[in-house]
Ligand binder design. Structure first.
Ligand code: CP
Ligand code: NVA
Length: 300
């Protein structure tokens, strides 16, 4: 039976580590110059994007090429999947031509509907609710740096958005201890876990003793009209040297990118030796190659 990747919740701990192990192998082999073009030779994916992207688009397209396949990218501008024809018809067309769908949408429902109607794997490349490929990559990056996930303390500072929601799912599966700091009224979705969460509106509390300090944009894609208002609300949630004086001196700094320098993070912090943001960005390629290979070969 085909498997989708809509949320980290869909994966068992064992499946998550299967992705990480393959990603580590592919990364090592890629650096040794070993070709992976037998893994998905002749396979194709459709990439439907309602929102802009640098990292996700590049890494899925390059990844598919390195695996011996091909990606067809379609950027929907001012149009949502389901506007021109029903989502179920989009699904039933695509499944006749390609072997997988990578999709970035505003509405999370559109992704779950595509997955329901298409008889091929559907991979969530970000919705307003979740960004599973990003947080899987972030956890893989932490594993590379710290050799474990269980018991690692992540302080998430900022908006309770798609990134924060996926962190909640990822932490629950791996034993990461997550502390979230967000302004009142900007908390993450209540549907991510039934377990109790550490949520505070005091960023100092969330960074205290953290091994990792993580942040994201204050205004996500689609919230551009709220940017001015949000900049005021989130002003005290900036990752800067003063806030980090409460963290472990060796705490690693993470950001899914794109970063808004001078807003949620200062130049001084993002350019510091403790920042691993470009390692995260690089690993999107290796982790997504593992996801593509496992899902399209029906091995997960
Ligand atoms: N982090 C991330 O998903 O970046 P893009 O929006 O550039 O794809
Ligand atoms: N929360 C951000 C993540 C970008 C990768 C957004 O949705 O725009």
């Amino acid at each position: 039976m085909k498997k989708d990747l809509i949320s980290i919740k869909d994966l068992s701990k064992q499946e998550i580590y299967k992705i990480f192990n393959l990603a580590a192998q592919l990364k090592k082999e890629q650096k040794q110059g070993k070709s992976h073009n037998h893994l998905l030779a002749g396979k194709t994916i459709a990439m439907l994007f309602e929102k802009p992207s640098l990292r996700t688009r590049m890494t899925f397209e390059v990844g598919m090429y390195q695996l011996g396949g091909h990606a067809v990218y379609e950027r929907l501008i001012g149009e949502k999947i389901g506007d021109r024809e029903a989502v179920q018809d989009v699904a039933r067309n695509l499944e006749r031509w390609v072997d997988g769908i990578v999709v970035r949408t505003f509405s999370h429902q559109n992704v779950t509907d595509l997955a329901k109607f298409a008889n091929i794997p559907v991979i969530n490349a970000l919705t307003d609710l979740l960004h599973p490929c990003q947080i899987l990559t972030d956890m893989f990056t932490i594993l590379e740096k710290k050799d474990r996930l269980d018991g690692i303390k992540v302080g998430y500072i900022g908006d309770g958005n798609n990134i924060c929601n996926s962190w909640i799912c990822g932490a629950e599966k791996t034993g990461i201890i997550l502390k979230i700091a967000c302004p009142k009224g900007y908390e993450p979705s209540k549907d991510m876990t039934t377990k109790s969460l550490f949520i505070t509106d005091n960023p100092e509390e969330a960074v205290k003793d953290s091994d990792i300090v993580y942040t994201d944009a204050w205004a996500s894609m689609g919230q551009e009209s709220e940017k001015e208002m949000r900049t005021k609300v989130f002003r005290t949630f900036q990752i800067n040297k003063r806030l980090l004086s409460n963290a472990n001196p060796d705490a690693l700094i993470m950001h899914c990118l794109p970063a808004h320098r001078g807003e949620e993070i200062t130049d001084e912090v993002i350019d510091s030796l403790n920042a691993i943001v470009f390692d995260e960005a690089e690993n999107r390629l290796h982790v997504q190659k593992a996801i593509l290979s496992l899902l399209l070969r029906n091995e997960l």
